[in-house]
Design a protein around this ligand. Sequence first.
Ligand code: CS2
Ligand code: MN
Length: 355
Amino acid sequence: MNMGFRWYGEDDDAITLSHIKQIPGVSGIIWALHNKSPGEVWEPQEIQVEKKKIEQHGFRIDVVESVNVHEDIKLGLDSRDHYIANYIETIRNLAEAGVKVICYNFMPVFDWIRTELKKNMDDGSTTMFYEKERVENSSPAELVQRMTADPDMIMSGWEPERLKQLKKVMEAYAGVSKEDLRENLRYFLEKVLPVCEETGVKLAIHPDDPPWSVFSLPRIISTQEDLRTFMQLIPNEHSGITYCTGSLGAREDNDLLEILDEFKDRIYFAHIRNIKRYENGDFIETSHLEKDGSLPITEIMKKLFEMRFEGYIRPDHGRLLWKEDGRPGYGLYDRALGIMYLNGIWDANEERSIT
Ligand code: CS2
Ligand code: MN
């Protein structure tokens, strides 16, 4: 496995590459050009600037998260061909720079959704929380307002420019069924995969977070069955999965170990984090420690070890600790602790003879 750490870039992340360098066992930075809007081409010289910074610190740039897919592609509008052409150009430019895996998602309108980004915990940390009933009883605009009330809390996928178009985009999805969305994903993949084959880049789709429909929008990467259908859409080994335990694991009926077994050959990227599920459908993000949450983190790591997972892996969202003032989910400390925990489980599976 290749351990990575997600970084939002010099301008947008309080964490520096030198900080990340002090976390044991990190070989790569999971990066993106975060100033780019979905549908824009990532130009070679912009990529080079980022690559240089990352490589100067001795990190690899193999994984990009995310190159976001323009809404017109998901909606299947005529304008999609233009944005697909741009996506293809971005793939080529990233491949040229040495990128191996691109993580993306195909969630309409919203990327991940929470009802609280800095929920106070008894131990003084803050964490992200999803209250199912609150989402069900809010309008999209109310929820978005809530999530962006504090300017520090603007998260990837929730940029103000995009939010202005919220009403319009929501309306555009009114007639779009799950089947339509799948068809639009198939159309997209059919066009981009030949370029992936040619350049060697692998695409890894991120599951829906949460893994169910929100605001009646279609969602198609939520369950094991959905993943199976996805795999059959266009069988091509350049099209794979980002195995995100916290996203898939918010549903009790998603068996994370079975999912790993079924799709192991096509998991190119893994996000390992823990959450605690409640019976009413709420969930809260916990530390990576198995007993803090509901997910079988040690078994998952063991299975990855046994299958000799050679893909990329990163800790996912962490809590904000020790009064750190960071981007919710993306502070330094808890993700560093997560890395040590995941590496610890991995090493414990290694048979070593002590000399
Ligand atoms: C999330 C997502 O934890 C996560 O993986 O932060 O924003 C994720 O990066 C995207 O859905 C991937 O396209
Ligand atoms: Mn994830």
